[in-house]
Design a protein around this ligand. Structure first.
Ligand code: NAI
Length: 319
């Protein structure tokens, strides 16, 4: 059984073990695979694992031995699943592995905006405290979250987990989803219309998938409806936000600050004018990446393959 991992580095840069996968066949792992090398590297493969390397119709057509594609992520738009189905190739994903990590990271961004921990710690390293007349100083406004309104867009796994943490901070949590799941409503959050959520939230956090409907949902028109000084957190997908409109809103103060783990283009390739905004913190898509979450992802991918080999595929996305 020949197994090829096309781009294993992002999942396992060296701090996890591939042993569980190695036990299932003859495994070759590439850190990354350029588009032009996919066919050469995968020509003998029965099984392919991919994280972000595209496997569309032309590649699938040219890989007659291929029986199974394991996507090392939740999103699987990198694979032409319908074409794979027509060729009898099973495609699986890992639907959940990082819910807690991503929800935690929302608050890493939010608390940085509220307290500027890194900036204050750096000022102490520079001995500004030693020179200070008083026992305390701060270089930025400090914000308490208790009593503030948290608006959650998307009430799936991560949105609900984020709502729970916000609630523990004493925030009043409201949420929007096009098809509300009223069973979830209760002490943690209450559903609102998107319009009301825009109007009343002090913090807005995005937790919906990227679709035709959600692309650019935070645009000029949306920012116009929001409270002066709203905080925006996006750990979901970059294109949910119109970055030009966000830049204008950050400059005017309409948006007090933004914490973004995702951008419209990743990696960005070019300079992004948002980098110049000191009220905009951008991280390189790392919410999913604590070791514990990656370990879970890797083991789920192995379990997916075992189940397929046993004749009962799980987490198949093209059945
Ligand atoms: P999920 O599938 O459990 O929930 C998504 C929710 O989005 C649905 O429950 C629905 O309520 C909502 N939704 C769908 N269409 C909507 C619309 N038009 N407007 C508002 N809400 C809508 O997904 P999960 O696991 O909660 O993940 C949420 C997103 O987080 C993913 O789509 C992904 O983009 C992102 N993500 C980011 C990671 C990172 O490392 N930054 C890691 C993992 C996920």
């Amino acid at each position: 059984m020949k197994i090829v991992v096309l781009d294993g580095f992002a999942l396992n840069p060296g701090d996890l073990s591939w042993d569980a996968l190695n036990a299932l066949g003859d495994v070759t792992i590439y850190d990354r695979t350029p588009k032009e090398d996919v066919l050469k590297r995968a020509e003998d493969a029965d099984i392919i694992f991919t994280n972000k390397t595209l496997l569309k119709a032309p590649q699938l057509e040219a890989l007659p031995k291929l029986k199974y594609i394991g996507v090392l992520a939740t999103g699987y738009n990198i694979v032409d699943t319908e074409f794979a189905k027509a060729k009898g190739i099973v495609v699986t994903n890992v639907p959940t592995y990082g819910t807690k990590s991503v929800a935690q990271f929302v608050f890493a961004h939010l608390l940085e905006i509220c307290h500027h921990v890194a900036e204050h710690a750096e000022s102490v390293r520079q001995e500004k405290w030693n020179r200070n007349e008083d026992f305390s100083y701060w270089s930025q406004p400090l914000i308490e979250l208790d009593g503030k309104v948290m608006g959650i867009i998307g009430t799936g796994r991560i949105g609900v987990e984020t709502a729970k943490i916000a609630c523990a901070f004493g925030m009043k949590v409201i949420a929007y989803a096009p098809r509300p799941n009223f069973d979830l409503e209760g002490e943690i959050f209450k559903y609102e219309s998107l319009e009301n959520l825009f109007k009343t939230s002090d913090v807005i956090s995005l937790h919906c998938p990227l679709t035709d409907e959600t692309r650019g949902m935070l645009n000029q028109e949306a920012f116009d409806q929001m409270k002066e000084g709203v905080i925006i957190i996006n750990t979901s997908r970059g294109p949910l936000i119109d970055e030009e409109a966000l830049l204008v809103a950050l400059k005017s103060g309409k948006v007090y600050a933004a914490g973004l783990d995702v951008l419209a283009k990743e990696p960005p390739k070019e300079y992004n004018p948002l980098y110049a905004q000191t009220n905009c913190n951008i991280t390189p898509h790392i919410a999913w990446a604590p070791r514990a979450a990656r370990q879970r992802l890797l083991m789920s991918a192995v379990e997916n393959l075992k189940s397929f080999l046993d004749g009962n595929p799980i987490n198949q996305v093209n059945s």
